[in-house]
Ligand binder design. Structure first.
Ligand code: KG4
Ligand code: ZN
Length: 353
């Protein structure tokens, strides 16, 4: 079963072909055109520009992902959550392809794509297994991306319960917005991580005594809040003399503290949930799961608690078409697909459960 996966919910145009045989899924091609450079000067994603870029990129990315490949048996496409004009670009393109090839359409929730990419990753380059032994469940999924931060209880594939989510900014957004304050380029996550690594590798002592809040660290729910972090960074930054706040020592120390504050909260809430629900597996997905320090800390903690950690390789952490094709395959296995001429609506606020 060859599935064409199409992803255009935000600022990446992703198209992939995957082949599913029984419970095994293999990525045949996975092409992503990033728009990061185009959005650089806005310090975030500018919807009208993103839509236009998707329109330009889709045929090119499609051509590249189809090179030497077999023709698809179904088209899976993200229909939400995301930016409405961007979602529509992918949906319209998917509908064209479904009609052209006369194959079924499978609408996919972007967050389920991230979740399954983490949970089902087989540890072998580009391979997934869709039949996880019962001993892995219940599982917990921490989804951390540019627009979402969620803890999801997973009873099985397609059986989700959202335990908590962010009340304001997402973890990725906190990285992006604080990076912008420090004058670092978009997307901010990798930039903050790189600056923080320099601080740690230089084993600098805290020269500036920066101390950021850990919002909602001690609340008894599974919700998050990261907007206060951005405000605290802004106040600290503004209170420093120009020369000091532009020094590389300050930026490195601040980046390390930002990353630490975000990870402290993510760790605390996640392991409170693994305790409460006695989960056997932790699956971490979304762009922020590429963060090296996050990987190190969660690996250490899951090992000491005897929890299986599932996390995709870094190049599959961010948005891509393969995650949509993979989730699409699991839906196809459950016979959840639509005819080629089916109407699909973009659903910008689509939820997992
Ligand atoms: O899942 P994703 O690619 O797009 C959305 O669905 O939002 O996530 C993008 C987010 C951005 O906020 C970006 O700054 C963050 O993931 N990110 C990282 C890292 N790489 C990407 N955050 C922290 N550390 C990283 N290494
Ligand atoms: Zn995403």
């Amino acid at each position: 079963m060859i599935i064409l996966g199409i992803e255009t919910s935000f600022d990446d145009t992703g198209i992939s072909l995957t082949e599913g045989v029984g419970d095994s899924v293999q990525i045949l091609s996975n092409v992503v055109a990033s728009q990061a450079n185009a959005h650089q000067k806005y310090g975030g994603v500018y919807p009208t520009l993103a839509k236009q870029k998707h329109q330009e990129n889709l045929p090119l990315v499609f051509k590249q992902s189809m090179e030497g490949a077999k023709s698809p048996d179904a088209v899976a496409v993200t229909y939400g959550p995301g930016l409405s004009p961007c979602l529509w670009q992918g949906i319209t393109f998917a509908q064209e392809k479904a009609k052209e090839y006369g194959i079924p359409l499978i609408p996919v929730n972007h967050m389920e794509g991230h979740l399954l990419t983490a949970l089902l990753y087989d540890g072998e380059e580009g391979k997934f297994k869709t039949s996880l032994a019962q001993e892995y469940f219940p599982a917990l999924s921490l989804l951390v991306s540019g627009k979402h931060t969620e803890l999801v209880l997973v009873e099985g594939i397609g059986k989700y319960r959202v335990l908590g989510k962010t009340r304001d900014d997402a973890a990725g957004e906190a990285f992006d917005k604080t990076a912008r304050i420090l004058g670092l380029p978009y997307p901010g996550g990798p930039e903050i991580a790189a600056q923080a690594a320099k601080f740690q590798s230089a084993s600098q002592r805290t020269k500036f005594k920066i101390s950021l809040p850990r919002p909602m660290l001690h609340t008894k729910d599974y919700d998050f809040s990261f907007s206060g972090l951005k405000t605290a960074v802004l106040y600290d930054y503004q209170a420093r003399p120009e020369q000091e706040r532009q020094s590389k020592e300050y930026i490195q120390e601040m980046a390390a503290e930002i990353q630490k504050a975000i990870l402290d909260v993510l760790m605390k809430k996640t392991f409170a949930a693994t305790n409460m629900f006695n989960t056997k597996t932790l699956a971490i997905g979304g762009g922020v799961s590429a963060n090296e320090e996050l990987r190190v800390q969660f690996l250490k903690e899951t090992e000491s608690r005897g929890i299986a950690l599932r996390i995709p390789p870094k190049h599959l952490s961010g948005d891509n078409g393969a995650m949509i094709a993979l989730a699409g395959y699991t839906k196809w296995l459950r016979e959840e697909y639509l005819p080629p001429d089916a109407h699909i609506e973009a659903s910008p606020k689509l939820r997992l459960a």
